[in-house]
Design a protein around this ligand. Structure first.
Ligand SMILES: Nc1ncnc2c1ncn2[C@@H]1O[C@H](COP(=O)(O)OP(=O)(O)O)[C@@H](O)[C@H]1O
Ligand SMILES: [Mg+2]
Length: 353
């Protein structure tokens, strides 16, 4: 598998009036060619800051890379001059955001907006760029694109606008597409359609996708691998199956338990107690310990290292230390683990639920 992007030991802080906000506290992950990696976690866990670091979209005056590197095609993006970055942004790596209205320019026709990155990064005629723009609009599901490319954003529905944003992001055939909660602002039916479109795109073109969401529910359908973030760190990373059927970190258990459809017998939806840590004063040990009923003494004192669960699965929890007590995850999660080869509950059932 070709690694297209490698994030290594990334640390980033914001300098604020109140002090140093340690937003990214040692993040490591690779992105493989053609895969979709989902980054999930509650609001404030550092998902957007991680991907904005890759795009170098954070304010230079108040943010600072403290450590690590982001390797893309042999270049460390944390050190690249802004001028070089401009050649990459929107061409090799592009990004779509939650709110399609703020991503589109209300005073410019949608055709022009899709053409813009093509004309900026590629040496093609206007006529050719227009042709490509119309093809892209058709591909993302804008009907009658050849007539409608002259229309303005307000003449489209929210879901269609997000499709147009996606067309813009794909205009230069990027190697990496970052989608930061691309469906969060849309209603449920439209959400499903946009997710369908994202899957479609992945089949049609060879782009690697980083898909950010706070909603684990959408992940199973779109991602190949999942990184779970909390308090500025990745706490668990693995294939979709490993995260859903053999999760190891109590935070991942919490996220899974708070998914609506997990246990139909449950009357009330589970919510993880407490709130995420204040990254002005990050906790010494496992940042989730204060909210976790599974916390050990050592969680308060030392950050857990990554323990390897499989070739593709790692989790940063002291529960995986050989000397840690064996604890039982929530019952609904054990149920699912019983059917997952490689989970410690599988043996007992031989794979029958
Ligand atoms: N410009 C900024 N200045 C100071 N702190 C920031 C800034 N942007 C984000 N943060 C802080 O960084 C942390 C991570 O934020 P973010 O990546 O946006 O979370 P997520 O996308 O997971 O909801 C939060 O604690 C947030 O308050
Ligand atoms: Mg965010």
């Amino acid at each position: 598998m070709t690694k297209i992007l490698q994030v290594k030991d990334l640390e980033l802080s914001f300098h604020t009036f109140a002090g140093e906000v340690k937003a990214i506290r040692g993040v490591n992950f690779d992105l493989n060619k053609g895969e979709t990696l989902a980054i999930v976690g509650e609001s404030g866990s550092g998902k957007s800051v991680t991907t904005k670091s890759i795009m170098r979209l954070l304010p230079e005056s108040s943010s600072e890379f403290k450590n690590g590197e982001i390797l893309f095609n042999g270049k460390d993006l944390t050190k690249l001059p802004e001028q070089e970055m401009q050649k990459i942004r929107g061409k090799d790596i592009s990004m779509i955001f939650q709110d399609p209205m703020t991503s589109l320019n209300p005073t410019m026709t949608i055709g022009k907006q899709v053409m813009e990155p093509i004309l900026k990064h590629q040496k093609v005629s206007k006529a050719k760029a227009r042709k490509v723009a119309i093809e892209l609009l058709a591909m993302v599901g804008i009907p009658n694109a050849e007539n409608r490319y002259k229309m303005y954003p307000h003449q489209f529905s929210g879901g269609q606008r997000q499709r147009i944003v996606i067309a813009t992001a794909l205009a230069c055939n990027p190697q990496i597409l970052i989608a930061d909660e691309p469906t969060t602002a849309l209603d449920v039916t439209i959400q499903a359609q946009i997710l369908e479109l994202m899957k479609d795109i992945q089949k049609k073109i060879d782009t690697s996708i980083i898909f950010i969401t706070h909603d684990l529910g959408v992940v199973a359908n779109v991602a190949d691998r999942v990184a779970v973030m909390y308090g500025g760190k990745i706490v668990e990373i693995g294939t979709v199956d490993e995260i859903f059927y053999n999760p190891q970190h109590p935070y991942t258990w919490g996220l899974l338990s708070s998914m609506p459809s997990m246990d139909v017998n449950e009357e009330k939806l589970y919510a993880i107690p407490g709130t995420p840590p204040d990254l002005l004063f990050p906790p010494k040990g496992d940042a989730f310990a204060l909210r976790s009923e599974y916390a050990l003494q050592i969680d308060m004192e030392e950050p857990p290292p990554f323990f390897q669960v499989s070739e593709t699965h790692y989790a940063a929890t002291w529960l995986l230390h050989p000397q840690a007590p064996q604890v039982e995850p929530p019952a609904a999660i054990i149920e699912r683990m019983r059917t997952f080869p490689g989970s410690r509950y599988y043996e007992a059932t031989g794979g029958r639920a």
